[in-house]
Each structure stands twice: as structure tokens, then as C-alpha cells.
Design a binder for this molecule. Structure first.
Ligand SMILES: NC(=O)c1ccc[n+]([C@@H]2O[C@H](COP(=O)([O-])OP(=O)(O)OC[C@H]3O[C@@H](n4cnc5c(N)ncnc54)[C@H](OP(=O)(O)O)[C@@H]3O)[C@@H](O)[C@H]2O)c1
Ligand SMILES: [Zn+2]
Ligand SMILES: [Zn+2]
Length: 352
């Protein structure tokens, strides 16, 4: 075992602060990674503040972070896909049983014996897993991804959660040429959804509460931008959208979006607000519309997404910050004031 530097929250109301955590020595199947960059996902903030206490109560101290890109420093004797010096990435998952039907289908995120990257029972060391706000991590090779060499590591880190979470449902729903796609909420997830939907050839409409994001949305690949607080602008799209991805982190009226779907249209939730939604059933009945959810993506699809990003030169638009600015970044995230993902430069941990 060895000590790694990290930033942790000690309680739901305390700021994140410098600490050390224990990492295991790599077993024969493990890859040891020096973390270069870690994105800040809104899920980190939900978890740190224990906003999901009914589903996944937070164990403190909590070291968040599941958008990890780093350099391999050591590999176990049975590791075949990585060697020291390689660029490597880790997303939301670090372990699963590999034998259940979900794992066999490459959908590890639904494995009953899944281990998430942070705040999940650690099978090796006891306690809970600690995430990517750290200078190092040790992960089973199966959960380590390859990063195309043409991608900027700081901008590639957010692909590991924001990227796969938006790529997966849009691929599954056949987003592409001839389809009109809505993206609700232009944050970390939303801006990746716009980039992917545009790259897949769809017509993209962004729904935002922030009028000042309009030009960015068009630059990112949107064909149209609707300020969702304007009822007239919303009404213009009624009954016309094939697929909507809802990536909003806070309470909002989902019925206003269900009305925009055409017959058999689907709205998929990826946003995970603290409080349950009120859904008007008639909005779904008329038009035979459907409401679904989606959770990240499996390991094979995550690699597929990274390779797609490599081939199409897609990364997140990031604001790179030192770890010392993480608490300020959380406040800005709450105010929808980030363009469009914070990526923490872990070299800044060296001075702690
Ligand atoms: N399903 C999954 O697997 C998965 C994976 C990752 C994250 N998530 C969840 O997805 C959500 C989004 O994550 P993120 O990292 O993209 O967050 P984010 O960067 O904070 O973006 C959220 C966006 O939602 C909009 N928004 C914020 N408050 C709002 C309000 N009160 N009413 C309406 N719109 C509001 C804002 O967009 P505008 O300014 O454009 O309105 C904001 O930029 C979070 O709940 C996160 O936990 C789920
Ligand atoms: Zn995330
Ligand atoms: Zn399994």
C-alpha cells in the first residue's frame, strides 16, 4: 500500500481540503496511474453534499472524481493492454464481477456487483473507494481505457463521464441524419450532447435557461437555440422533436419538454436532480411518447466513444483549474457558470 495526495470533503457542508488516501499496490491485473487531469462532474457535487442520500448516501471523507486521464506508471504481471508511459483513462467504474449477464453484455454499469470509482465499498482495502481528485489511482485493467493520442488530455478527461453519458443514449436511439434532437441544459453533459448530435448529422436544438450561452451553443454545433423560459419560443417546437436528452442538474418542469416530442418521440433523462419529478401522464398518452433514463455506458462503448472522439477530434471545452480552486468551481457549477467543464490540473497537488 502507498499514500496518495488527494482532496476530500469531510462532511456535506465542509469545503474540500487537502488530505492523503491509501492506494493498494498493483495486483497482477492492475494498472497504476499518475493522474494528470480530472474533470468536475455535477455528480461530484451532488455526492459531496449528500444530495442523493436516499439512493447512495455519502461516506466521509469523500474523494470525488470520475473523469480521469493520466500516465501509466506501473502494471501488474498479467496486464497486457498497458505499459508504463501510456496515456490511460478511468471513468465512473473500477470493478464488477465480470460474470453476470450485464457484464457479459458489456453493460458493467448494471452489474449487481459493480464498484463505482468513489463512495463505493472497496473490495481490496475495505472502506470506500476514493476517486480522481488525487495524484494517483490503481485500477483493474478491464476498467482502464485507451485515450487517442491526438486528443488534449485536459479536454479528454470529461469524455469519461460527460462524454459516454450523452453518447450512449443518442447512439441507442438512432440520433442521426433526418432527426430533430433537443438538448436541455448546456452544461458539461449538455455541451457534449450537442457536439455528438451534430457529429452524428442530426438537427440540434438547444434548450437553455441562460440567454448568454446562445452563441456558444451555435458554435458547439446547435442549429437553433431556445431560451426555455420563453413560452412562445418553446411553443414553436411543439410536437416536432424526435428525441430529447435532458441533462439538467436541478428541479425543472419536464412536462414542458414532453409536449415538444412528436408521436413516439422519446425524452431520456440523464440529469439526476435531488427531488423526484412530477410527470403529467397525459403528455405521454397523447402521442404515445416515452420517458426513459440512461446511466453512463459500458466499458466497450466507452472505448468506442473515445475512438470516435479521436477520429473526429472531439474533446470537451474545458476551463483548466488548479485543485486549490475546487470549492470556488463548485459554487460556479451551481450557478451554471462554467464553459463548459472544469478540468483539474493535478500537477497543482504537488504543492500540497
Ligand atoms: N445519468 C448519468 O449517468 C449521469 C452522468 C453524469 C452526470 N449526471 C447528472 O447529470 C446532471 C448534469 O450534470 P453536468 O455535470 O452536466 O452539470 P452542469 O455542468 O452543472 O450542467 C447542468 C445544466 O443544467 C442547467 N440548469 C441548472 N440549473 C437549472 C435549473 N434550476 N433549471 C433549469 N436548468 C438548469 C444549466 O444549463 P443552462 O444554463 O443551459 O440552462 C446547467 O448548465 C447532474 O444532475 C449529474 O449528476 C448523470
Ligand atoms: Zn459524472
Ligand atoms: Zn456483472
Amino acid at each position: 500500500m502507498y499514500k496518495a495526495k488527494a482532496y476530500a470533503a469531510g462532511s456535506a457542508s465542509s469545503p474540500l481540503a487537502s488530505t492523503t488516501v491509501t492506494r493498494r499496490d498493483p495486483t497482477e491485473r492492475d494498472v497504476q496511474i499518475e493522474i494528470l487531469f480530472c474533470g468536475i462532474c455535477h455528480s461530484d457535487l451532488h455526492q459531496v453534499r449528500n444530495e442523493w442520500s436516499n439512493v447512495m448516501p455519502t461516506v466521509y471523507p469523500c474523494v470525488p472524481g470520475h473523469e480521469i486521464v493520466g500516465r501509466v506508471t506501473r502494471v501488474g504481471s498479467a496486464v497486457t493492454g498497458f505499459k508504463p508511459g501510456d496515456l490511460a483513462a478511468v471513468g465512473c467504474m473500477v470493478d464488477s464481477d465480470r460474470t453476470c449477464s450485464e457484464c457479459q453484455a458489456g453493460l458493467e454499469q448494471f452489474c449487481p456487483n459493480l464498484t463505482l470509482t468513489y463512495n463505493f465499498p472497496d473490495k481490496h482495502l475495505g472502506g470506500v473507494t476514493y476517486g480522481g481528485y488525487s495524484d494517483g489511482i490503481v485500477v483493474d485493467e478491464h476498467f482502464v481505457l485507451r485515450v487517442p493520442s491526438n486528443l488534449d488530455p485536459a479536454g479528454a478527461a470529461p469524455l469519461l463521464c460527460a462524454g459516454i453519458t450523452t453518447y450512449s443514449p443518442m447512439r441507442r436511439r438512432g440520433v442521426g441524419k433526418g432527426k430533430k434532437v433537443g438538448v436541455v441544459g448546456l452544461g458539461g453533459l449538455g455541451h457534449m450532447a450537442v457536439k455528438f448530435a451534430h457529429a452524428f448529422g442530426a438537427r440540434v436544438v438547444v434548450f437553455t435557461t441562460s440567454p448568454n450561452k446562445k452563441e456558444d451553443a451555435l458554435r458547439l454545433g446547435a442549429d437553433e437555440v431556445v431560451v426555455s423560459r420563453n413560452a412562445d419560443e418553446m411553443q414553436r417546437h411543439a410536437g416536432s422533436v424526435d428525441f430529447i436528452l435532458d441533462a439538467v442538474s436541478a428541479d425543472h418542469d419536464i412536462n414542458a419538454y414532453i409536449q415538444l416530442l412528436r408521436r413516439d418521440g422519446n425524452i431520456t433523462l440523464v440529469g439526476a436532480p435531488e427531488k423526484p419529478f412530477a410527470v403529467a401522464g397525459f403528455g405521454l398518452l397523447f402521442g404515445r411518447r416515452s420517458l426513459s433514463g440512461s446511466l453512463i455506458g459500458g466499458i466497450p462503448e466507452t472505448q468506442e466513444m473515445l475512438d470516435f472522439c479521436g477520429a473526429n477530434n472531439i474533446t470537451a471545452d474545458v476551463e483548466v483549474i488548479p485543485i486549490q480552486k475546487v470549492n470556488e468551481a463548485y459554487e460556479r457549477l451551481l450557478n451554471a457558470d462554467v464553459k463548459y467543464r472544469f478540468s483539474i490540473d493535478m500537477a497543482s497537488l504537488k504543492s500540497e
